[in-house]
Design a protein around this ligand. Structure first.
Ligand code: KIV
Length: 293
C-alpha cells in the first residue's frame, strides 16, 4: 500500500504539480475498490441522494444518512483521505450548528475532513469549523444545494461581471473560501479558463468537476464513472465502464438459468460426502440425469 493520504498532502501535491484524484463512494464494496485503485480523496457526497436514494435533488439528504454511509466507506478505505459532505440545512442555520454537525461527521462518521457549499456567504462558517481543527473543503461555482435559486443545475461564471452567477462572483467566492481557512476547494460547473485563473491565483488546491483540466485535481461521481446511473448524465461525466448494463445482463442470465433449472448445478451445491470423503450425488441430480435419459 502507498502511504496514507493526509490533509497537508494535497497542498504538497499542488506545489509539486501532481494531480489530485478524487471520487465519491457511498458504501463498503465501492469504497474498497476506489481505495485499492489509488484514489487520493474519497468524498461521501450528498449526491448519494440522487445516485443511491433515487431523489431528484440532494436537498433531502440528512446528516445521519451521510454519517451512515461514511462509516461504511471508512471501514473499507486504507489509504484515501475521507471527506464527508455537509448536507443542506446542517450548516446554514447558525455557525454553532455548523461546528456541531461538522464535529459529528468527524466523531461518528470517521471523516478526516468535511465539505460544504458556498463562498462569501459561508466564510464565517468555514472559519469557525476550521478554527476547531476540522479541515474544510469548500465548493463554489455550481453548488447543487442552490438548485432552486439557480433555477436548475446551471453552469456558473459564463458571463463576465458581477451579476449573480457571473465570473467575478465565482472568483470572489473562491477567494473567500481560501481566506476563511479551507484546505482545498471544489470548482464545479464553470468554464475551464475561469477554473484555470482561480487555480493560478489560489494557493490552496482546486479540485474540478466540469471545470476543465487546469484544476489541481479532478473529482467525479462514482456511479457516473462506472455507468451505474442512467437518469441524467452531465456533459462532464465521462463513463469509464458500463456496469449498469453488465449488471442487467448478469441478473437476466441468472433469471434464465433458474427458470431452466440449470442453476444451481453441482459446482454450486453442497453434495453429500461418502465415508471415504468422495462426493455423492444428491437425489435431485440423479433425477435430472434420469430424466435426460
Ligand atoms: O456531493 C457530491 O458528490 C459532490 C461532488 C460532485 C463534488 O459535491
Amino acid at each position: 500500500m502507498q502511504r496514507k493520504v493526509k490533509v497537508p498532502d494535497l497542498q504538497r501535491m499542488k506545489e509539486a504539480g501532481t494531480k489530485i484524484t478524487a471520487l465519491t463512494a457511498y458504501d463498503f464494496p465501492f469504497g474498497r475498490i476506489v481505495d485499492d485503485a489509488g484514489v487520493d480523496v474519497i468524498l461521501v457526497g450528498d449526491t448519494l441522494g440522487m445516485v443511491v436514494q433515487g431523489l431528484d435533488t440532494t436537498l433531502p439528504v440528512t446528516l445521519d444518512e451521510i454519517i451512515y454511509h461514511c462509516r461504511m466507506v471508512a471501514r473499507a478505505r486504507k489509504r484515501s483521505l475521507l471527506v464527508g459532505d455537509m448536507p443542506f440545512g446542517t450548516y446554514q442555520v447558525s455557525v454553532e450548528d455548523a461546528v456541531r454537525n461538522a464535529s459529528r461527521l468527524m466523531k461518528d462518521g470517521a471523516c478526516e475532513a468535511v465539505k460544504l457549499e458556498g463562498g462569501v456567504r459561508m466564510a464565517d462558517t468555514i472559519a469557525a469549523i476550521s478554527s476547531v481543527d476540522i479541515p474544510v473543503m469548500g465548493h463554489v461555482g455550481l453548488t447543487p444545494q442552490s438548485v432552486h435559486r439557480m433555477g436548475g443545475h446551471k453552469v456558473q461564471g459564463r458571463k463576465r461581471g458581477n451579476a449573480p452567477g457571473g465570473r467575478n462572483r465565482v472568483i470572489e467566492d473562491a477567494r473567500a473560501v481560501e481566506d476563511a481557512g479551507a484546505f482545498a476547494v471544489v470548482l464545479e460547473g464553470i468554464p475551464p479558463d475561469l477554473a484555470a485563473d482561480i487555480t493560478e491565483e489560489l494557493s490552496i488546491p482546486t479540485i474540478g468537476i466540469g471545470a476543465g483540466r487546469e484544476c489541481d485535481g479532478q473529482i467525479l461521481v462514482l456511479h457516473d464513472v462506472l455507468g451505474l446511473f442512467d437518469d441524467f448524465t452531465p456533459k462532464f461525466a465521462k463513463r469509464y465502464a458500463e456496469l449498469g448494463q453488465a449488471a442487467r445482463e448478469a441478473v437476466a442470465t441468472y433469471v434464465g438459468e433458474v427458470r431452466a433449472e440449470s442453476f444451481p448445478d453441482e459446482a454450486h451445491s453442497y453434495m453429500l460426502r461418502a465415508e471415504g470423503g468422495s462426493a455423492r450425488e444428491g437425489t435431485g441430480a440423479k433425477r435430472r440425469r434420469a430424466a435426460a435419459g
